[in-house]
Design a protein around this ligand. Structure first.
Ligand code: C5P
Length: 416
């Protein structure tokens, strides 16, 4: 509940602004006192009249309006909020926030406030994944701004799909409750969850490395879903072009050996989910200096095996072993049989298997396969058998997996 909490909602100019009207209702039905600021662009998508009718108050829009400033100036708006919520947070607003631009009422309030800021980004996937926006989101995260979403899925632009949809109003309202400490505990409250994500980079020399096509989207989505479910999450991530998920402790690593060390340092955990695509091999004897082309011979690349992180954690004994160890299996053929064999060989409890062949991805309705895509079709292989999950976004797969993990941990605790 948000009884008596003062939320300042800043509505940015994007098509998702229509969902912010529902968001006002969701916040008010939880007892919040909602004040609304709209940018000029937002008013092209929804009217101040609608936002005012739903919030039961005046909607503020002008920095230089004498009446507005005499009524409640931007400094008072900034001070009289327990939380400032930016929804939708457009690429433009995020960029302005990053650089402290304060040329209109919304951005002036954002610079003046000392209340926590929660941003719900919404934009085209190409804009969200642009290096500039990624950099801005990382910087804002470091400055203390908390993000909810964006979710993956169909966009308003016809035929477009990807991460960029604003989180749903109920999700945003729940994130507000979490930030203000007024939420009911999530199903993973009090649990420690460890997640690995992304590829590893195995150096050949100081400038070259061996890598793979893992984007980290699935692993990052799992870490975010576990944090939303109330867990204390450590994410050990290889090099990815994604912002750190909100509310998650992130350890950035490059190589498999660094990943293993970071995983060991993060134990103990109640559940560990190994979604990283760890390189099986690294180059033996990495060159200390850049290898030079001499026109006569090519350097031989001898490979040695990397440690198997999943297997080593699954084979730990006593309290060091997480109660639930989950591995991933990306296979191009005989997906289920290979996943079952892998589960036994690695000693883990569950394997989440997916078909990464171009055909398999396409057969599941994901053109071009699942690598780097925003959707995933998986099968959950457990001791009890195999479950075929419907194709969903990586966010949906993550939520479902996290819900299953919570159920299993809670059932195991009840039984012990
Ligand atoms: O053996 P394979 O690489 O197919 O197994 C995939 C699973 O094992 C994934 O969960 C991956 O994160 C994990 N793994 C690991 N360390 C390795 C190789 C794979 O943790 N060196």
């Amino acid at each position: 509940m948000l009884t008596g909490k003062r939320i300042l909602l800043i509505i940015g100019g994007g098509i998702a602004a229509y969902k912010s009207l529902d968001l006002i209702r969701r916040l008010k039905e939880r007892g919040a006192d909602v004040r609304v600021v709209m940018t000029e662009a937002a008013q092209r998508f929804v009217t101040p009249l609608a936002a005012g009718a739903l919030s039961h108050g005046k909607v503020f829009a002008e920095l230089f309006d004498r009446e507005d400033e005499q009524d409640i100036g931007h400094i008072r708006l900034a001070r009289e909020a327990d939380l400032v919520l930016v929804a939708p947070a457009t690429a433009d607003l995020l960029a302005k926030m990053t650089h402290g631009l304060a040329g209109d009422l919304a951005t002036a309030v954002l610079l003046a406030t000392r209340a926590p800021i929660l941003a719900a980004p919404a934009m085209n996937p190409a804009m969200w994944s642009h290096p500039t926006t990624v950099r801005n989101a990382v910087q804002l995260g470091a400055d203390g701004v908390v993000f909810i979403g964006p979710n993956a899925g169909a966009m308003a632009e016809r035929g477009e799909d990807g991460a960029g949809r604003m989180a749903e109003p109920v999700e945003i309202a729940e994130a507000v409750e979490r930030l203000l400490g007024t939420s009911t505990p999530g199903p993973l409250a009090g649990r420690r969850v460890l997640v690995t994500s992304g590829p590893t980079h195995e150096p050949i020399d100081p400038v070259r490395y061996i890598a793979n096509r893992s984007s980290g989207k699935q692993g990052h989505a799992i870490a975010a879903a576990a944090a939303s479910a109330g867990a204390q999450v450590t994410l050990v991530s290889g090099p990815v072009g994604l912002p750190d998920p909100p509310g998650v402790a992130v350890r950035h690593v490059e190589t498999a050996r660094e990943m293993l060390a970071a995983v060991e340092a993060a134990l103990p955990a109640d559940a560990a989910i190994f979604a990283a695509a760890v390189a099986d091999w690294r180059v033996a004897g990495e060159a200390a200096q850049k290898l030079k082309k001499d026109g006569t011979s090519v350097p031989p690349l001898a490979l040695v095996e990397n440690p198997d992180i999943l297997s080593s954690v699954a084979h730990l004994s006593g309290n060091r072993r997480p109660r639930l160890v989950v591995g991933f299996a990306a296979e191009t053929h005989n997906v289920i049989a290979h996943a079952q064999a892998k589960r036994a060989r690695k000693g883990c409890d569950w394997i989440v298997a997916n078909d990464v062949s171009m055909d398999g991805g396409a057969a599941s309705g994901i053109p071009g396969g699942v690598m780097g895509a925003d959707s995933n079709a998986v099968h959950l292989v457990t001791e009890a058998g195999v479950e075929h999950w419907p194709t969903g976004t990586k966010t949906e797969v993550a939520r479902r997996l996290v819900a299953r993990i919570a159920e299993t941990l809670n059932a195991a605790e009840a039984a012990s």
